[in-house]
Ligand binder design. Structure first.
Ligand SMILES: Cc1ncc(COP(=O)(O)O)c(C=O)c1O
Length: 357
């Protein structure tokens, strides 16, 4: 197999160093002679890794002391329910910017009163709604900062008059974030910070305990803060990989440096989409994501879609098929994707244009 360039939307590419270290740890975790897959989560060696992971999160994202970070199983989808269970008392508002945002809203509606304050479904979620006013009589406002399927992104931390909650599954650690502006940031690890199987939740500690309902122990964020994410058996291997991924991120210069790289990669790819007569981007320009780059064949070229897909595959491109609700192509250029990967895709797009004009 020749060199491949992986643009999967998630689970995604992980840094080579993290994979190399994992290969060793699969045989022998920290000289214990025990595989990381079999290590007890009650050992000193594991606790060290857990503490290191937590410390890396705090350092890399500048998480203030007011907040704590926990790691749990169940996927970001289960967090949709955690959010409502832990924060919804009377009413909550959601920004409906895509399938995931909508699913988060639906879970809240199963628990209490929740509604979409603004929605971009009228144009197949190709933009981020603007100009809405956030009411002050709600328990929280929920946003999805990066819409993985549609390639739109809220790139700034908004000022919000009520507690702000964000699903950052697909752009966490891609840019600096002012954590103090959020009561809760959560997401699945499998885009930017690790493999599938673990979620992160960064919780403002004093934001808990405001709801009157009974919260089942496992669904209560307080449980997991108190037990340092070890109330039950944690997803050990996924947390191990997350730690290795964050160690790599720190080694290259942390979040400011990865943000610079991500903007550079995205700019190269969007410039090519805008220049190339074969393709057009699907997301509104001002809302373009630096993580998921969505594009389709230009008007009149639609018949060439399968041909481009086959050509791209022959050149080693993996995972560029767009989500079925958008069609076309999507290149997910998360943190571990390199400038060389993006340049290879651009070359492929240019060669395809030459072949067909
Ligand atoms: C923005 C966003 N939120 C939530 C999810 C759901 O994550 P999970 O599959 O971990 O439940 C995804 C999955 O792609 C996503 O992209």
């Amino acid at each position: 197999m020749g060199k491949v360039h992986v643009f999967n939307a998630g689970p995604c590419l992980l840094p080579e160093e993290a994979i190399d270290n994992a290969i060793k740890a699969l045989k022998d975790f920290k000289g214990t002679g025990v595989s990381v897959l079999s290590i007890s989560h009650r050992t000193k060696e594991w606790e060290e890794t857990m503490n290191e992971c937590r410390a890396l999160w705090k350092e890399l994202l500048n998480i203030p002391d007011t907040h704590e970070v926990v790691f749990l199983g169940g996927g970001a989808s289960l967090q949709f329910l955690y959010v409502a269970m832990n924060y919804l008392e009377k009413k909550a508002a959601y920004l409906d910017t895509g399938v995931w945002a909508h699913k988060a809203l639906q879970q809240a509606q199963g628990i209490g009163e929740a509604y979409a304050l603004a929605c971009s479904k009228d144009k197949n979620y190709s933009y981020i709604p603007k100009g809405y006013e956030i009411p002050t009589d709600i328990d929280y406002f929920h946003i999805t900062t990066n819409n993985t399927i549609y390639g739109t992104e809220i790139k700034e931390d908004m000022d919000c008059p009520v507690p702000l909650i964000a699903d950052m599954s697909s752009d966490i650690m891609s840019r600096p974030v002012d954590v103090s502006k959020y009561d809760l940031i959560y997401g699945g690890a499998q885009k930017n910070v690790g493999p599938a199987g673990v979620i992160f939740a960064i919780i403002r500690k004093d934001s808990l305990g405001r709801v009157s309902r009974y919260i089942p122990t496992m669904l209560d964020y307080k449980t997991h803060i108190e037990k340092e994410s070890m109330f039950n058996t944690p997803p050990v291997f996924s947390i191990y990989m997350m730690t290795e991924t964050l160690k790599w991120l720190k080694s290259i210069g942390g979040v400011p440096e990865i943000h610079r790289r991500n903007v550079e990669k995205a700019t190269i790819l969007y410039n090519e989409i805008d220049r190339n007569s074969m393709f057009v981007g699907t997301a509104a320009k001002e809302d373009r994501s630096i993580m998921n780059v969505c594009f389709v064949m230009a008007p009149g070229k639609e018949g060439l879609q399968d041909e481009f897909m086959a050509f791209a595959k022959s050149q080693g491109m993996v995972g560029i098929k767009g989500h079925r609700s958008v069609g076309g192509f999507r290149a997910s250029i998360y943190n571990a994707c390199t400038k060389e990967d993006v340049e290879a895709l651009v070359k492929c797009m240019q060669e395809f244009e030459q072949k067909n004009s």
